[in-house]
Design a protein around this ligand. Structure first.
Ligand code: ARG
Length: 278
């Protein structure tokens, strides 16, 4: 089993500039349902989604992160959730293979973006995996979710492609169908998560690796507070997740609340909108 080092939880938090790929929700809509949040009979507004997304984009830019953009494709309303397009570690990109046909073509768009932007180690995954929705990099290890979207065989594929240890975690609550809806890496060695989203053996693994983790309650989890993007100091998360924000502050982090209620109608939040480029 790989070692995940746990540092002393106090002391100064250090922000590290990140590079993200994001996709404007120009064609945002909920026209199908592939997770319990999506109700196609409920009205959506691409304009409201755009507005909220622009604020999220500005937040990352103001924090000093670099943001590249991929052109949205008509007919792919979930493409705004860039996290799902690929997993990137040390300059290598493993392109997603989506479980649902409604999102399948996003993989082509993301593969093309990487190739067009000079990435040379780009591989289309053989097994189902939804990119950084299910793969969370801790700095030396990939935490890998399965149970709803990604095939567990994809975890081996990632281990082999990236040459890093992979820790498989099984999700059991359909509301938290991607790992990044149930767990967030705050910095190497520190995470926050919602225990009930995981199978009993996975809860045991998490408790062993992260005895000091912040445990979210259900209210913060359903507000998508765990779908957060941390740079090691600033933690961008749903503004409705007030309990988590308080606990992050207590640990020395700087929570930054954003309203992404429109995107939540598709079952996505702050982290879903960003694909980290490493
Ligand atoms: N509607 C999208 C889906 O169900 C939302 C994806 C959210 N992305 C994420 N990284 N959790 O596939």
């Amino acid at each position: 089993m790989p070692q995940i080092s746990a540092e002393n939880p106090d002391g100064n938090r250090v922000a590290r500039a990140r590079r993200f790929l994001m996709c404007r929700p120009t064609y945002f809509d909920v026209t199908y349902s592939i997770n319990p949040w999506m109700n196609p009979t409920r009205p959506t507004s691409a304009e409201a989604a755009l507005d909220q997304w622009e604020r999220l984009y500005d937040t990352f830019v103001k924090l000093g992160h670099g943001v590249s953009l991929i052109e949205p494709v008509p007919g792919l309303p979930d493409m705004v959730f860039a996290a799902n397009g690929a997993t990137v570690v040390d300059g290598k990109a493993l392109i997603a293979r989506f479980r649902h046909r409604q999102r399948a073509d996003e993989a082509k768009a993301y593969a093309m973006w990487f190739r067009d932007n000079g990435w040379t180690e780009v591989r289309q995954a053989d097994y189902l995996n939804e990119g950084q929705g299910d793969f969370l990099y801790t700095g030396d290890t990939l935490l890998a979710g399965c149970g709803f979207r990604s095939d567990v065989r994809g975890h081996d594929e990632a281990r082999e492609f990236f040459g890093v240890p992979v820790v498989s975690l099984t999700l059991v609550d359909p509301r938290f169908y991607h790992l990044d809806t149930a767990l967030s890496v705050l910095r190497p060695g520190e995470v926050m998560y919602y225990p009930a989203a995981f199978s009993a053996p996975s809860r045991k693994v998490l408790a062993e690796y992260y005895p000091d983790a912040i445990l979210a309650d259900e209210a913060d989890a359903v507000a998508f507070g765990l779908n957060a993007q941390s740079d090691g100091c600033n933690v961008v998360l749903a503004q409705q997740a007030t309990g988590l924000a308080r606990r992050l502050r207590d640990r020395g982090y700087r929570p930054i609340g954003v309203d992404l209620a429109e995107l939540l109608k598709a079952g996505g939040g702050a982290r879903c909108c960003t694909l980290e480029l490493r």
